[in-house]
Design a protein around this ligand. Structure first.
Ligand code: UDP
Ligand code: UDP
Length: 345
């Protein structure tokens, strides 16, 4: 029975569904699935979350344990992974994580094509329910250093949970941040998997850089609460690899993005950023390790992004659209309730 043809009474009598949720490995998959699990559970659904065991990173196991402690009503099933030694990896991976969650207005053409059989006639419907709400544990205390910075003055730099840059590129990025003269908060990763990331900051960055910038910037190697950072009024721009979660989080908070895609679907995501008016993509910077981007170029683009008032106001509008989509009667909330209603028994 179509949810549209049901009466309100019918709808109230029917039972909310039991939904199994199976995130793929990696924080970029786990985060949106935990958010979705919490959102569906808070709307009356019974949820079974099936997580892979062992996890790849320490961040995944920490977040999974904390999530289940905070959500005792969500059922847990573990999917045991058989040990596997991969063959030599290909140079790049292709992926299209845009299906994880979709920005409602900022991809309507794509959704229309998918849902109207223009791509394949047998596809199940795609529901545009993003940007997703962070779950309670992601909301942390205020960030003292950020609290002391003026509004819109800090550039936030992060390449997600699994992208490590070369030592040379890290050095150029440090140079660039210094040249930009902007205040910065930089989440630095030197290895793909966090448990291998054992180097101290001083081993990766020159002491003199840390000394010279100590009053202007912060470099961290630990996991941060990115949503909290993007929500902070001091943040005026985001240098991002354009993982899909990062893109939707920047959109949600209306933070301008300087797109620097590295692998997989990030180039397509950078295009979405640009088309939505959320940011700029410097195509000359190339793809992943294709070329070393010099500090002077980085510094210049960061400075321009941080002082571009027009970009800032367009990004703010994107944030407002995201909030409207998520508000009462917004398109995302309606889509999510439509999914739940359609699954009621
Ligand atoms: N993230 C975070 N703190 C960190 C690093 C990452 O909260 O220190 C979160 C970020 O907010 C996003 C996810 O991890 O939700 C990364 O996903 P994304 O799709 O942006 O990139 P990926 O890590 O999959 O390349
Ligand atoms: N995929 C598949 N079968 C599987 C698992 C994955 O066809 O059993 C495909 C999926 O359709 C998608 C890709 O593999 O095209 C995984 O990309 P995604 O962005 O979801 O993951 P990532 O590569 O970013 O970790």
């Amino acid at each position: 029975q179509s949810p549209l043809r049901m009466t309100v009474g019918d709808n109230l009598r029917r039972k909310p569904p039991h939904i199994a949720i199976v995130p793929s490995s990696g924080m970029g998959h786990l985060t949106p699935f935990l958010r979705l699990a919490a959102m569906l559970a808070s709307r009356g659904c019974t949820i079974t979350l099936i997580t892979a065991n062992p996890t790849v990173s320490a961040a995944e196991s920490t977040h999974i344990s904390a999530f289940f402690s905070a959500h005792p009503r969500i059922n847990r099933l573990e999917f045991e992974i058989i040990p596997y030694s991969p063959p030599i990896p290909p140079p790049t991976t292709l992926s299209s994580s845009n299906s994880k969650q979709l920005i409602a207005p900022f991809e309507s053409e794509t959704i229309h094509a998918l849902n109207n059989g223009r791509v394949l006639s047998c596809l199940p419907p795609v529901h545009p329910i993003g940007p997703l709400d962070p779950y309670e544990l992601e909301k942390g205390p205020r960030l003292p250093w950020l609290d002391d910075q003026s509004v819109g003055s800090v550039v936030y730099i992060s390449f997600g949970s699994k992208t490590a840059m070369s030592k040379d590129q890290i050095r150029e990025l440090a140079n660039g941040l210094e040249i930009s003269r902007c205040a910065f908060l930089w989440v630095l990763k030197t290895r793909k998997v966090d448990t291998d990331d054992n180097e101290e900051l001083q081993e990766v960055l020159e002491e003199s850089f840390l000394e010279r910038t100590k009053n202007r910037g912060i470099v961290v190697k630990e996991w941060v609460k990115q949503e909290e950072i993007l929500a902070h009024p001091a943040i005026g721009g985001f240098v991002s690899h354009c993982g899909w979660n990062s893109v939707t989080e920047a959109a949600r908070h209306g933070v301008p993005v300087l797109a620097w895609p590295q692998v997989g679907d990030q180039r397509a995501n950078a295009e979405v950023v640009e088309r939505a008016g959320l940011g700029v993509w410097v195509r000359e910077w190339g793809w992943g390790v294709e070329r070393l981007v010099r500090g002077e170029e980085i510094g210049e683009k960061v400075r321009v992004m941080m002082s571009d008032r027009e970009l800032r106001s367009r990004a703010r509008e994107v944030g407002e659209e995201a909030r409207t989509a998520w508000g009462v009667n917004g398109s995302s909330e309606k889509a999510l309730m439509g999914v739940i209603d359609g699954l009621k028994t």
